[in-house]
Design a protein around this ligand. Structure first.
Ligand SMILES: [Zn+2]
Length: 233
């Protein structure tokens, strides 16, 4: 009889700017400094095969595409060079099937998986990959960061703005801030739930009088302040 794998699938989620890439790089560093073999993966080829944190640290990463089989990739890596853990950045963009492959990596290859990703899209719904991670992970943790909406409330939602107007529909994978669409200016901003809904509700003709006017309207913050917890080593 084979004994059950002791490895685990861990899912860390948070809004944009909650330090997911920083944490991913930190975990990779901690493991490799103990002599363990770690595969770092990402999904966005705009990063040219690297995971970069807003704090300036970066590392080479394997780019996962829609056709990548993570179980095959992990098996080959394990045979060739040894493999103790996979650290996945941008895990929200992995397909549900690829998340299944990660679960098999954990259970059949005894390789730990640390997946980092957003929970919900600019549409306010779970990414399919993140949904599967919530369903399958051994542990789920929310990365806490003091990211604020412009009204001062805690930011929990990602808003996509195209030419300054918030949109609720469109391709999931238009990557912001880099102008993937040649003519449109696409940026992402962090919002509280109310202000994430606001443009939609206005469009639908709902009355939007707030019981209390937000005390201070602070300027929009695209890059939220990093919490102390993230820069600690
Ligand atoms: Zn707000």
């Amino acid at each position: 009889m084979t004994s059950l794998s002791q490895a685990t699938l861990k899912f860390f989620f948070g809004t944009m700017g909650s330090g997911k890439s920083t944490q991913a790089l930190q975990i990779r560093h901690n493991l490799t400094s103990r002599g363990l073999h770690v595969l770092l993966t990402t999904q966005l080829d705009r990063q040219a095969g690297r995971v970069s944190s807003r704090l300036g640290v970066s590392a080479e990463a394997e780019i996962i595409t829609a056709s990548s089989d993570l179980f095959v990739l992990a098996s080959q890596r394990r045979t060739r060079a040894g493999l103790d853990a996979i650290v996945c950045d941008e895990a929200q963009f992995y397909s549900p099937e690829q998340i299944e492959q990660l679960a098999r990596v954990v259970d059949l290859l005894e390789v730990d998986v640390f997946a980092f990703g957003l929970l919900t899209s600019f549409q306010g719904e779970l990414f399919p990959g993140s949904q599967r991670l919530l369903e399958l992970a051994d542990e789920r943790s929310e990365l806490q960061v003091e990211a604020r909406c412009f009204c001062g409330r805690r930011a929990t939602h990602n808003a996509r703005l195209v030419d300054g107007r918030q949109v609720y529909a469109g391709a999931l994978m238009v990557v912001g801030d880099t102008g993937d669409r040649s003519d449109a200016d696409v940026v992402y901003e962090l919002r509280c739930r109310f202000h994430w809904h606001q443009a939609k509700w206005e469009h639908e003709g709902h009355q939007l009088a707030l019981p209390v006017e937000p005390a201070s309207r602070r300027p929009m913050i695209n890059t939220p302040i990093q919490s102390d917890a993230e820069v600690r080593t």
